[in-house]
Design a protein around this ligand. Structure first.
Ligand code: ACM
Length: 552
């Protein structure tokens, strides 16, 4: 790794290397697709990206990621032409979804594609009650029109992502392509398995600019992820302006892993991220990690330290050496101010308070700290999320615990989380040896870490959130989140190499019914995404487990 390896501070813990033995759970086979259909499906998509599009069959309706709940192919295809209009109900948010779709289609088709409330042919976006739920939609493709129907603009937006994937991959390009722009005939009826489908970016270990975050948001939207968790503070940097404690950002944000200049978001920067995420129907979950992972804050304000002495800034990669001073009242003035200011910037319901790897906080102090801090989240009208160590304290009613253990995590630790789940704590599943996107794929991966093991594409996909944690009721699982820690990652190309092709699998685990889960059919659908990533400028990892189309 090209990382500067600073000697760990006193008391630092280095995360242990757990080499995990892949233990693959066989999931129910997908019965509704026959092998022959798959072969046709694969052949259609493999030619869609790079061969002259005139020769290509339309993308089969079941080639979408995440797999839709129900697919009924059949009937005449629909074709977008120079005369096509996008018809949308007179609802401002629905209209914004229609404009977003037009913004994707216009550069590559070269067509005008006016957005209008008039008429019934072409591409139609309709709002209607019909059992679609908060995020579901129906897509009907037939001669003369393709119709998306949903109860909400969010449902229409997810339907638009499906429509994107049903068009040739060249639709993603930003210059005029030859077409034709054909959508296979049939109907898709779709809705998510889980309401929380997240991805996390660690902007603390290496700072990421607003534009880098927005680019990632756009990639998340393509796979119907609806939550961006921002890890805004850690030992190496504090990344959000707090007016009442200004040195957190100006000093605490002034470096990063390896000693670079770091950075922070002004409140306007953060609002811009929230606004962009909302335009893609993602909520933002801000995390202030406490009481550990706080060296940047402790370095910024001496009074936050029990001994009143500010430590130096830290640019290494060890964990577990820092703690807020639990007995001091000023600690809770600080936490109250930070949570109040961040809550005021955050329209979503959640504040994430971290709580992981507090190895320098005694258990009694950890419990006392969480007992005082969780009510502050409620005071500002928000719901607590904590890493699963929160279950070792007393999660408040309504809190969610984010599980980041491994297959090899001790049974007692898993049981502590499962027991909290049985008592009402909701779970977000982020098992590190499955969907930590910063884990190396194999020993040769040039980026990433391996303390949770190597995580190839099949391993990251092949588990079931509903049955993953022994003893936890399936009803406790609120969703799935794929974290991206950035000790070794600095630029969009780094993020994309680690996220693709694993991120779409995490998205599918969060969205698709368990009955669609099947590695063999999934890997063909995943391979078929490659021309789309090429068109979007995403340099993905060509895993040997996936039957990628040959270049042509
Ligand atoms: C974590 O990876 N420490 C949540």
């Amino acid at each position: 790794m090209p990382l500067r390896s600073d000697p760990p501070p006193k008391g630092a813990h280095v995360r242990r290397h757990h080499r995990t033995t892949p233990r693959i759970r066989r999931s129910p086979r997908l019965h509704r697709l026959l092998g022959t259909l798959l072969l046709v499906a694969a052949a259609g998509v493999f030619t869609a990206g790079s061969a002259p599009a005139a020769a290509a069959a339309p993308v089969p309706l079941d080639q979408v990621i995440p797999a839709p709940a129900q697919v009924t192919p059949g009937g005449a295809p629909y074709r977008i032409t120079a005369g096509t209009a996008i018809r949308v109900d007179p609802d401002p948010e629905a209209r914004r979804v229609a404009e977003y779709l037009a913004g994707i289609l216009r550069p590559s088709t070269g067509y005008r594609l006016p957005v209008t409330a008039q008429g019934s042919s072409g591409i139609r976006l309709r709002l209607a009650d019909g059992g679609y739920g908060a995020e579901g939609y129906r897509l009907d493709s037939e001669a003369g029109r393709v119709t998306l129907t949903a109860a909400t603009p969010a449902g229409l937006f997810h339907g638009v992502q499906t429509l994107r994937q049903l068009l040739p991959a060249a639709v993603e390009k930003d210059t005029v392509q030859p077409g034709p722009w054909t959508v296979a005939g049939g109907t898709i009826t779709d809705h998510p398995r889980y309401g929380y489908r997240g991805a996390m970016l660690d902007v603390a270990r290496h700072f990421l600019t607003v534009d880098q975050v927005k680019r990632y948001i756009d990639q998340l939207a393509l796979y119907k992820i609806n939550t961006l968790h921002l890890h805004l503070s850690d030992d190496q940097g504090w990344r959000i302006a707090v007016d009442s404690w200004p040195r957190l950002a100006t000093y605490g944000g002034s470096t990063q892993v390896g000693g670079g200049p770091g950075g922070f978001y002004t409140k306007d920067d953060y609002r811009e991220i929230v606004r962009h995420a909302a335009s893609r129907f993602l909520q933002v979950v801000p995390e202030i990690d406490m009481p550990g992972h706080t060296n940047a804050a402790l370095a910024s304000y001496a009074e936050l330290n029990c001994d009143g002495v500010a430590p130096p800034l830290y640019t290494g990669t060890s964990v577990g050496f820092s703690s807020l001073c639990v007995p001091k009242d000023v600690t809770y003035d600080f936490v109250d101010d930070v949570l109040r200011e961040i809550a005021a910037l955050t329209p979503g319901p959640y504040l994430h308070i971290g709580g992981d790897e507090a190895h320098s906080t005694s258990h009694a102090d950890y419990v006392a700290f969480m007992n005082r801090v969780q009510p502050l989240v409620a005071k500002y009208g928000k719901t607590v999320i904590g890493w699963h160590q929160l279950t070792g304290a007393t999660p408040v009613p309504g809190a969610l615990a984010q599980y980041w253990g491994l297959d090899s995590t001790k049974a007692a630790e898993k049981e502590q989380v499962a027991q909290a789940a049985r008592n009402g704590t909701g779970l977000i599943l982020s098992p590190a040896d499955r969907i930590y996107l910063d884990m190396k794929y194999d020993k040769n991966t040039r980026l990433g870490l391996s303390w949770a093991g190597y995580v190839e594409v099949k391993r990251s996909y092949d588990w079931d959130p509903g049955t993953y944690l022994p003893g936890a009721p399936a009803s406790a699982v609120r969703g799935v989140e794929a974290p991206m820690w950035t000790e070794t990652l600095q630029k969009s190309a780094d993020l994309e190499f680690m996220a693709f092709p694993r991120l779409p699998g995490a998205a599918e685990l969060g969205w698709s019914p368990a009955t669609t889960h099947d590695w063999d059919t999934y890997k063909a659908r995943l391979a078929a995404q490659a021309p789309r990533w090429d068109a979007l400028g995403i340099a993905y990892y060509r895993s040997p487990q996936v039957p990628w189309p040959t270049a042509g």
